[in-house]
Design a protein around this ligand. Structure first.
Ligand code: PEP
Ligand code: MN
Length: 286
């Protein structure tokens, strides 16, 4: 591949900001999420429900995904819902349940923070703090998570270009936090058959422009349970460092995103396939 500086392909016209770019730092950043490394040879599987809904729900789901090889547990306690009448999340009670099941299973937890006023509290409980798609350009929030002392997973805005995405990440690094993971979760396009259009081309692009690890979320990226597996496999094939998927012990009674959540059985089957794909591209999933 012909390149200009470092390994940025010559035909790519993206202005990459300095801290996330490859001029100053060429080696891949490995983000350590309470002992789980993202950005090395292992593809890290993050699984769990969209939202923490009850003790039984998060405990049963966590126990099942850890058995199948998930390395990090997801679950929202503060949920960005389109309607004010939808379930908004269990808030601090949800964070406590996540902590409790994390102790039992050994799984570090990732959970979303939506508001600068919650950063301190969420960072106290979370091993990895998530900034959601809707907040990718909430600059005060980016500054605050830059100072929170925990690794951050930044989800790509549903209308954000690669350059805007990288600048949002730059905010976090600029405020003192170099433990940043980028997450592709689909774009809003003219297509209506899927919830979003999952931009898997973002993976090799980002991997060539930045040293930060890249995770793919095929659940929000497609909005269809049956499409999560195929797109997760494709994401591993194009070089993702991790896959984040919604799994619910009983998706039919989920308060949020049940239609795109895998059942424990489907997750179990998919993990077998993902290990094969990882092996085929020189990666591992343990
Ligand atoms: C989520 O992962 O819980 C979520 C709300 O996703 P996004 O911000 O990508 O819509
Ligand atoms: Mn969801």
């Amino acid at each position: 591949m012909e390149t200009i500086s470092c390994n940025i392909p010559v035909d790519v016209k993206v202005k990459v900001p300095s801290l996330v770019g490859l001029d100053k730092k060429q080696e891949s950043t490995i983000v350590n999420v309470n002992g789980v490394e993202i950005g090395g040879s292992e593809v890290v599987i993050i699984a769990g429900p969209c939202a923490v809904e009850s003790k039984e729900q998060i405990f049963e789901t966590a126990r099942s995904v850890v058995n199948d090889g998930a390395k990090i547990l997801r679950g929202g306690a503060y949920k960005p819902r389109s309607s004010p009448y939808s379930f908004q999340g269990m808030e601090e009670e949800g964070l406590k349940l996540l902590r409790e099941i994390s102790q039992e299973t050994g799984l570090p937890i990732v959970t979303e923070v939506m508001d600068t006023r919650q950063v301190g509290l969420v960072a106290e409980y979370a091993d990895l703090v998530q900034v959601g798609s809707r907040n990718m350009q909430n600059f005060p929030l980016l500054k605050e998570v830059g100072m929170c002392g925990k690794p951050v997973m930044l989800k790509r805005g549903m209308m954000a270009t690669i350059e805007e995405f990288l600048n949002a990440a730059e905010y976090i690094l600029h405020h003192g936090n170099d433990q940043v993971i980028l997450c592709e979760r689909g774009l809003r396009t003219f297509e209506t058959s899927t919830r979003n259009t999952l931009d898997l081309s973002a993976v090799p692009m980002l991997k060539n422009l930045t040293h930060l690890p890249v995770v793919v979320d095929p659940s929000h990226g497609t909005g269809h349970r049956w499409m999560v597996g195929p797109m997760a496999k494709a994401a591993v094939a194009v070089g993702a460092d991790g896959i984040m998927m919604e799994v619910h012990y009983k998706p039919e009674i989920a308060l949020c995103d049940g239609h795109q959540s895998l059942t424990p059985d489907l997750f179990n089957e998919l993990m077998i396939d993902l290990r094969k794909v990882a092996g085929a591209v020189g990666r591992t999933i343990s």
